[in-house]
Ligand binder design. Structure first.
Ligand SMILES: *[C@@H]1O[C@H](CO)[C@@H](O)[C@H](O)[C@H]1NC(C)=O
Ligand SMILES: *[C@@H]1O[C@H](CO)[C@@H](O)[C@H](O)[C@H]1NC(C)=O
Ligand SMILES: *[C@@H]1O[C@H](CO)[C@@H](O)[C@H](O)[C@H]1NC(C)=O
Ligand SMILES: *[C@@H]1O[C@H](CO)[C@@H](O)[C@H](O)[C@H]1NC(C)=O
Ligand SMILES: [Mg+2]
Length: 261
């Protein structure tokens, strides 16, 4: 069962690689998937791309708008190669071990929060066509991609989701996508294997002007003030995880392509 979304993910990223084969600069990034000392060693002012990525993941480097141009190729190789998937797996394995270690009260109130973009779903087919985050974010183009409803699942997140559900844990999605994208988001989630959820919370226009940290933490607070007990939270952005109500473990998936406050 789990093989299907897994293959689907690779299928799509392969298509992207094939489509881009005519674009010399990008196909070069995609086809050279072996570790490249050359691109690892490329320099962002003062540091290598590898150190830049570590700084980003550790939240030492923050508030950045685009991947440094010299690191586009490095990030592309990372995202399409094995390392991104292995790093993701290391995160979801820990999340599952943690969930299994909990002595859960069987009252149906246990809830696990999932982010959507670059967590439940992967927009890698889009970002592969847009410089892996080296291009300035274009909301028109990105929203058009979202409305296609064809984002593959991040296989590691789908596996975690299934295992949590099997443990009797409920799932809530909290996403920065707007209410206007609710229907296509539901379709996309179901299409790739996320069949059930307790809540799908999209960003209401009442939050326009608020940071993601403010939006997401206040939605988590609302959940906890109602009937739920949040026991875990997973996302690719620090803003998915920071804020109030964090007396449970949080899990940071890799994402060197963009930064959201
Ligand atoms: C699990 O929780 C229940 C109810 O709170 C308690 O009776 C039981 O001893 C706990 N088990 C462990 C292994 O902590
Ligand atoms: C953003 O994307 C749209 C749709 O693809 C395109 O028409 C527009 O030129 C892009 N804007 C910029 C600044 O690249
Ligand atoms: C969005 O916010 C408005 C204003 O606060 C509120 O009336 C509306 O019910 C909210 N919509 C949803 C779906 O929560
Ligand atoms: C959202 O931003 C507005 C305007 O800055 C602010 O008044 C409001 O308190 C913020 N919402 C939350 C939940 O913090
Ligand atoms: Mg995300």
């Amino acid at each position: 069962m789990e093989l299907v979304p897994f293959l689907f993910f690779f299928f799509l990223t392969t298509i992207v690689a094939t489509i881009q084969a005519s674009d010399r600069s990008i196909s070069h990034q995609i086809h050279v998937l072996r570790p490249q000392t050359g691109s690892h060693g490329r320099h962002v002012p003062g540091i290598s791309c590898m150190s830049w990525r570590l700084g980003v993941e550790a939240h030492n480097i923050l508030g950045w708008t685009t991947v440094p141009a010299v690191c586009e190729r490095y990030v592309g190789n990372y995202m399409l190669g094995h390392q991104y998937r292995q790093d993701s797996k290391a995160v979801t394995n820990e999340a599952l071990l943690y969930a299994k270690s909990l002595n859960l009260t069987k009252d149906g109130k246990n809830l696990w929060v999932f982010d959507i973009d670059e967590t439940a779903l992967s927009n890698l087919p889009y970002y592969a066509r847009h410089g892996f985050g080296a291009e300035l974010y274009n909301s028109t183009a990105f929203n058009a991609w979202v409305l296609e409803g064809t984002a593959p699942a991040l296989p590691e997140s789908l596996r975690l989701y299934s295992k949590l559900m099997a443990l009797g844990i409920k799932v809530a999605f909290i996403t920065g996508r707007g209410e206007s994208q609710r229907r296509i988001t539901e379709i996309n989630l179901k299409f790739v294997g996320y069949l059930n959820w307790e809540k799908l919370i999209l960003k209401n226009t009442s939050y326009s002007g608020n940071t993601s940290v403010v939006y997401k933490s206040s939605e988590r607070r609302k959940l906890e003030e109602s009937e739920y007990r949040i026991i875990g939270n997973i996302g690719d952005q620090w803003s998915d995880l920071l804020g109030t109500n964090v007396d449970y473990r949080t899990f940071k998936l890799p994402d060197p392509m963009y930064y959201i406050n």
